[in-house]
Structures are given as structure tokens and as C-alpha cells.
Design a protein around this ligand. Structure first.
Ligand code: DGL
Length: 268
């Protein structure tokens, strides 16, 4: 049975793990929340590169993973190239803001993108945006909004702060460049944000489609490893680890995955 390592700066990658558990049968999962170093999105890129290297090494040495899912847009944007260079024999799947699916879904071509500052400033994101614009037969308008503090508020389970930050950032998107009309599609470009999708959806209204990446990433992982379709059995097939407070990860996993078991501490 293959063991798939999955990691994020914290609990956000549970939104990707949820899709992996729903789409892949017959695999074991080890999820690591690097909560003692969250948030990644407002750190220097060298710090994110260093954390991802340490995590990949620890998951390989201590948990013998056969593949790694980087369930974090920021870590993918800043560190996946160096991770692949250091681990050429390990299948690695990353997560990127879903600009192309959003371009295919949008009618107006006006698309909001919520992500961390680190993701939006990365060369990888700039290239993805340019490629998506140049591949499109019609003009696209991407309105990119860095969401300082939002992943952290979700990480802490602080609903009041989460609501206030969602209001601030959706308001900023709605008032940006009003002459070209409102957005009709919103990309959740950070794996924490699906856990605020109710608040974001209510603020945007029913005319705006919210796009996240958990399911496409799960399908890509399944195809890459030649695994069977179906749902994994929880909690037997899942180990939860945290570099921060394991109780907080257990609580988040109970809330978002249902019946996920207890998390354990891991120093990396
Ligand atoms: N969940 C992460 C992402 O997808 C990172 C959030 C953070 O740590 O800033 O970008």
C-alpha cells in the first residue's frame, strides 16, 4: 500500500486532504501541519524553502512516504522547484491558484483571486497568470487581492476575525476598477480559504462562482500514482501530525474531515 505525505503551513491543507480521502482508495495518508511556523504567506521565501525541505526529509525518513502533496499554494509557489531538485525520485504534486479553470468558468472574464502575499508576488504565479491570459481567446481581468491575516485567523479558528477579514477583502475586490464591472468568479488561491467559503460566498452573492483546487489535485495524485478510485477508510488510513498544537489539529480535522482520529506532535 502506498503512503502519501501531505503538508501545509497548518490546517488549510485539510481542504486538500478531504478531497484526497474522497477520491483515493487503498492508500495511507500522513498529514503534517507545520503550525508552529504558520503562516507561510507573510514569510521570506528562503524560510518557506527551508521549512519544506525539512518537512520532506522528515516525512521520507520517519514515515517512508511514496509521494508528497504540497497542499499549500504558498509553498508550491516558492519551494516546489527546489523540492523537486532535491528529491528527483519522489513524485511531488503541488497546488496552484485555479486561474485556468476560472477562465473557463467565467462569463465576463472578470475574475477575483484571493491568495497570500507570498503566492501573488511569486514568479511562478506571475507566469501562470501570463500564460492563462495569453492562452485565452478573449481578454481576462484578474483582480488579485493579497489577504494578510486571513489564513492565520482560520488557523486559530477565530470566526470574528475571519468574518472581518473576508468583509475587508471582498469589499476591496468589489470596489477595484468598478468601470469594468463586477467579478463573476472567485479563485480561492490558498488552501485555508475553502474553510471560509460560507462567509465568502455570502459576501459575494449567488452570481459569483467560488473555485477551489482540492478535487483536481486529488485526481492528479491518483493518476500519477496509478491508484484506485473510491474513498479511503478513515481513520485507519490516516495519521495526523503537527509541529504546533496537536489538539488544535485534532479539533480542525474533527470539524472538517469528521472522524479523523487524534493528531500527534512531531518536531521537524
Ligand atoms: N494554506 C497556505 C496556502 O495555500 C498558506 C497559508 C499561510 O500559511 O500563509 O497558501
Amino acid at each position: 500500500m502506498k503512503t502519501i505525505g501531505v503538508f501545509d503551513s497548518g490546517v488549510g491543507g485539510l481542504s486538500v486532504l478531504r478531497a484526497l480521502l474522497a477520491e483515493i482508495a487503498g492508500a495511507r495518508f500522513v498529514y503534517l501541519a507545520d503550525s508552529s511556523h504558520a503562516p507561510y504567506g507573510e514569510r521570506h521565501s528562503w524560510q518557506v524553502v527551508e521549512r519544506t525541505q525539512r518537512i520532506a526529509n522528515a516525512l521520507r525518513q520517519r514515515h517512508a512516504i511514496d509521494a508528497l502533496v504540497v497542499a499549500c499554494n504558498t509553498a508550491t509557489a516558492l519551494a516546489i522547484d527546489s523540492l523537486r531538485q532535491h528529491h528527483p525520485d519522489l513524485p511531488i504534486v503541488g497546488v496552484e491558484p485555479a486561474l485556468k479553470p476560472a477562465a473557463a468558468r467565467s462569463h465576463s472574464g472578470r475574475i477575483g483571486v484571493l491568495a497570500t502575499r507570498g503566492t501573488l508576488q511569486s514568479a511562478r504565479f506571475v507566469q501562470l497568470r501570463r500564460r492563462t491570459e495569453s492562452d485565452s481567446a478573449r481578454p481576462l481581468h484578474f483582480l488579485c487581492q493579497p489577504c494578510d491575516g486571513l489564513a492565520d485567523a482560520i488557523e486559530r479558528g477565530d470566526l470574528t476575525a475571519t468574518q472581518a477579514l473576508c468583509e475587508r477583502y471582498i469589499d476591496a475586490l468589489q470596489t477595484a476598477a468598478p468601470e469594468s464591472g463586477p467579478i463573476d468568479t472567485l479563485v480561492l488561491g490558498c488552501t485555508h480559504y475553502p474553510f471560509a467559503s460560507e462567509q465568502l460566498g455570502a459576501l459575494c452573492g449567488p452570481a459569483v462562482s467560488l473555485i477551489e483546487t482540492g478535487t483536481p489535485v486529488a485526481l492528479r495524485t491518483r493518476a500519477l500514482l496509478g491508484l484506485a478510485a473510491g474513498a479511503s477508510s478513515k481513520p485507519a488510513a490516516l495519521k495526523l501530525l503537527s509541529t504546533g498544537d496537536p489538539v488544535a489539529l485534532t479539533r480542525a480535522a474533527q470539524r472538517w474531515l469528521a472522524n479523523a482520529g487524534q493528531a500527534s506532535p512531531l518536531q521537524v
